[in-house]
Design a binder for this molecule. Structure first.
Ligand SMILES: Cc1ncc(COP(=O)(O)O)c(C=O)c1O
Length: 428
């Protein structure tokens, strides 16, 4: 598949489409990924495992190698490699400030979203009283559920869980609103479900939290690869994501206003930094990971050329990726739903969602389906993806779903291969 299908729309929407059409084509993007040369049992490998972790473009690996081979040092000393390390880490904060639409002082780094969330949860809970409440959702990955349960147990807090509506595959908005009350201290909500692709109305959830005097913690791990995050528009207090889901290495990134981070009772060891954002970052950081994560954002911005600010280029690149992802989603959805025995889970195309499709095939375990697809060079994930409650509520248990995710390098041809291979298995 090459380029965006430019749909005519009235007025400025057409201009927007034309601008999006300047973003590098899928074929051009694919040329950046050495992993796409891999072959499996005679087939070129198609990576549909993006929701579990995407492939990495050459520029990201090169930024990390360059750092390790030529600038590697610990921070805050006077010799050049240390000074260069400080400068590269500062630059990474600036890049992520653009990524989030925040300021560099609002950006901190950690191992991954789960570790960051535990750390923030512990710090917050130190300031809460027994009986205070945290609201979580059934739809969320347990990385944004388990940390809150853990601190609730330690501190005598109450966790309230907003119901998944199994007909819409969305959090029941009335239930969520009903659960948020005067004792609510925090609402923990996912921006997008890694299991079903559902994109939630997080701006509305954060507004409800704010109105109740509570904080909001957004899990953007499955959202950030597909939609440009805008923390101002979302109105959240915390937002965490992981760069290995958007073409970077394994590193976690947190947005939280510096003043809020400064006020947290963070478990710290002397002489760790006292000032935000570094006070959230324990010990020596994963410098090469942070630098690689920033390189992933720089690579995403580069898809839209060199004109404009980084944020403007990111906006264009994400708009194009979104359009392409929607087209691939429709193709996968229509292809799979035409196969006898396939059940699809998740909101319909055309509603707020990511290009992540979960399905099952009657008479086959999800493991059988995933192994069959490997024989065709198609790498897909299966199971409950740590969204255990979603799998339980949909009657799937640990067998869960087969999950197919489109990424920036996914082609229509790959989607067709995947649909054909599932159809072959369906025929027995
Ligand atoms: C939606 C979602 N939230 C949280 C996580 C956990 O992220 P991490 O691996 O960075 O801890 C994942 C990982 O798959 C995820 O998909």
């Amino acid at each position: 598949m090459s380029g965006v299908q430019v749909r005519r729309a009235p007025g400025s929407a057409h201009d927007a489409d034309a601008a999006v059409a300047t973003v590098r084509t899928v074929d051009q993007i694919r040329a950046d990924f050495p992993a796409l040369h891999r072959r499996e049992q005679g087939h070129p490998v198609a990576y549909f495992d993006g929701p579990g972790g995407t492939q990495v473009p050459r520029a990201v690996a090169e930024a990390m190698t360059n750092y390790l081979l030529h600038h590697n040092a610990n921070t805050h000393w006077v010799y050049p490699t240390s000074v260069e390390t400080d400068a590269l880490l500062d630059a990474a904060r600036v890049v992520f400030a653009d990524f989030f639409n925040a300021t560099p002082a609002d950006v901190s780094f950690g191992n991954n979203m789960t570790t960051i969330t535990f750390h923030v949860a512990r710090a917050l809970a130190r300031g809460w009283q027994a009986g205070d409440e945290i609201v979580v959702t059934e739809l969320d990955h347990h990385a944004n559920v388990a940390p809150w349960h853990a601190v609730a147990k330690e501190r005598g807090l109450v966790v309230r869980t907003a119901r998944l509506d199994t007909r819409t595959f969305r959090t029941d908005p009335d239930d969520l609103a009903h659960l948020i009350g005067p004792r609510t201290r925090l609402v923990a909500i996912g921006a997008a479900s890694n299991a079903l692709g559902t994109v939630s109305d997080i701006a509305a959830a954060c507004a409800l939290a704010r109105a109740a005097g509570a904080l909001s913690f957004v899990d953007a791990v499955h959202y950030a690869p597909h939609t440009l995050v805008d923390v101002q528009a979302i109105g959240c207090d915390f937002l965490a994501c992981s760069s290995y889901k958007f073409y970077g290495p394994h590193a976690g990134i947190l947005y939280a206003r510096a003043a809020l981070v400064q006020s947290l009772d963070v478990p710290r060891l002397e002489p760790a930094p006292e000032l935000a954002p570094e006070r959230l970052e324990t010990g020596t950081q994963n410098h090469e990971g942070i630098i690689g994560a920033a390189a992933a954002v720089t690579w995403l911005a580069s898809l839209a050329g060199e004109q404009g600010t980084r944020r403007e280029r990111l906006a264009l690149a994400f708009a194009a990726l979104h359009q392409r992802g929607d087209a691939l989603l429709v193709r996968a959805w229509e292809g799979l739903s035409a196969i006898g025995g396939v059940t699809l889970y998740g909101p319909m195309p055309g509603t707020p969602r990511t290009p992540t499709v979960s399905f099952t095939l009657a008479g086959r375990s999800t493991d059988d389906v995933a192994r069959h697809l490997v024989r065709h060079g198609l790498y897909v994930s299966n199971g409950d993806f740590y969204a255990q409650t979603v799998a339980e509520r949909l009657g799937r248990g640990a067998d869960g779903f087969v999950r197919v995710g489109a990424a920036a390098y996914t082609s229509a041809d790959e989607v067709d291969r995947m649909v054909a291979a599932v159809a072959e298995l369906g025929r027995g």
